[in-house]
Design a protein around this ligand. Structure first.
Ligand SMILES: Cc1ncc(COP(=O)(O)O)c(C=O)c1O
Length: 323
């Protein structure tokens, strides 16, 4: 999906034209990956454009910054307002939103502390991540030969640019081998997550997902899926998952801002269940899409409306849209 190149980028409090949103090559972040960032979506809901779980994403952004001893010159409230301003200025109905806090230009060396902490927000329009039809038909994946980072090496709970060197290795290997995605194990050999999404499996009607101690990013979509599944009466277990449990699952799906809720139809060329989207996955997808389409009441207050602030949950229409 091409960039929305005519829009503005928010940089340290100033809106600059997309083409002028530049930093110096000697900026610390370029050499040492010293950035923390977020990826979230604004949806074109029936009740207007709304950011999905803006507060949860911003909380994770500030948690990531804290882990890396980066003090943002803007507080969370100011940055949330800036996200909404940027979407409004760029005139998006729906978009992907990328706030980033990074170490800028001052000196180069492993110690980043003398470098300024800079902040930017980019927005651009974006479609399905794993290709047309993925949401309905599912994707083929492989277990990666790359492991996720070990605890006490790169903190998995921080969404830092540096962690995405590992993600890129997982993704490139999968794509080179003709798969849509890779599923990485942790360094003990338990299932961790995809290159940019969390993973769930279903067996005998119970939903399983790796715990945050399995070197995963604690996904906001993962949290939303668990909440929705429990609301649908489904038992959810966060537990260590041996690799082979993937092969004998009735259903497997990915969850993440980019992939939303995408079924996995085969792993290592073994079909999952009957090789098609399963009923639990479909039920959870429907519940998720009803929220982001604005068809279901926003009972969890997950939507921040771009043009009118939060809409009261009670004002939401109850009708569901078929997908
Ligand atoms: C490595 C990784 N895991 C999981 C996720 C899913 O997180 P979220 O649902 O917050 O997008 C992402 C998304 O950015 C990711 O990069």
């Amino acid at each position: 999906m091409p960039f929305f190149e005519h829009g503005k980028v928010w940089m340290n409090g100033t809106l600059v034209p997309w083409a002028d949103a530049r930093i110096h090559i000697a900026s610390h972040v370029i050499h040492y990956g010293s950035a923390v960032f977020e990826g979230m979506r604004c949806y074109d809901t029936k009740r207007g454009s709304a950011c999905f779980r803006l507060d949860a994403h911003m909380r994770r952004l500030y948690d990531s910054a804290r882990i890396y001893r980066m003090e943002s010159p803007f507080d969370r409230g100011a940055l949330e307002a800036a996200v909404l301003d940027t979407i409004r200025i760029n005139g998006h109905k729906a978009c992907y939103i990328r706030p980033i806090i990074y170490r800028g230009y001052e000196a180069l060396g492993v110690n980043p502390l003398s470098c300024p902490v800079d902040v930017a927000i980019l927005t651009w329009e974006w479609g399905t991540y794993l290709g047309e039809g993925a949401i309905e038909n599912g994707v083929d994946v492989r277990v990666s030969s790359w492991a996720r980072t070990a605890p006490n090496t790169f903190p998995a709970l921080a969404k830092t640019a540096a962690n995405y060197a590992n993600s890129a290795l997982i993704k490139m290997e999968a794509v080179a081998d003709g798969y849509a995605e890779g599923v990485a194990l942790d360094t003990l050999g338990y299932v961790s997550e995809g290159s940019g999404q969390n993973i769930f499996l279903v067996r005998d009607g119970i939903l399983y997902t790796p715990p945050i101690t399995a070197s995963i990013l604690p996904g906001i979509t993962r949290d939303s899926v668990m909440t929705l599944a429990r609301g649908l009466g489904c038992e959810v277990r966060e537990q260590m998952i041996p690799r082979e449990m993937l092969y004998i699952a009735d259903e497997v799906f990915f969850a993440g801002t980019a992939v939303e809720v995408t079924p996995v139809r085969s792993i290592d060329k073994l079909p999952i269940g009957n090789g098609r989207r399963g009923p639990v996955t479909e039920k959870i997808q429907r519940a998720f899409f009803e929220v982001i389409d604005g068809d279901a009441p926003d009972t969890h207050r997950w939507l921040t409306f771009v043009h009118q602030g939060r809409a009261a949950a009670a004002t939401a229409p109850a009708a569901a849209k078929a997908r």
